[in-house]
Design a protein around this ligand. Sequence first.
Ligand code: FES
Length: 173
Amino acid sequence: MKPAPPDPVPLRPNAPPVPPLDPARAERLDDIIARHAGQEGPLLPILHEVQAEWGMIPEAAQPVIARALGLARAEVHGVVSFYHDFREAPAGRHVLRICRAEACQAMGADALAARVQAALGLDWHATTPDGRLTLEPVFCLGLCACAPAAQMGDRLVGRATPERLVTLAGEAR
Ligand code: FES
């Protein structure tokens, strides 16, 4: 396996060093990498499995994955931050998703999202301080005919209004 090229710039120059994975997670990560490393294009399957198992891609896992695949750490980080499904921090107990794809945008999804964000005090991908709720964008829920659409946990919401979403968010404990 070829060694990872040096990173041209540190990912977060002013951030404190990230603590390494605990031994159990490190071992599990090695297993996941080993199972996919021989495949063509192993990075996404590895990231999906890590995310499915831990609900996030820990920052400390990224250089391990990069080294194993002969990639720069920044490449792995770039993929993690590009795809909305990947998270670097655990989500809240409930996730409210608001569709931002075209049909919903045409029906006012941007204004809907802005009002929900303001009411909840949450930006995209942010979680309430009590860990109760995370707000996420999503790109089509298959409810285009009932746009703007949202999803609260498993529940789909068509013709969503800010009031409805804020109420649902408030009911989620
Ligand atoms: S575009 Fe929003 S549900 Fe399809």
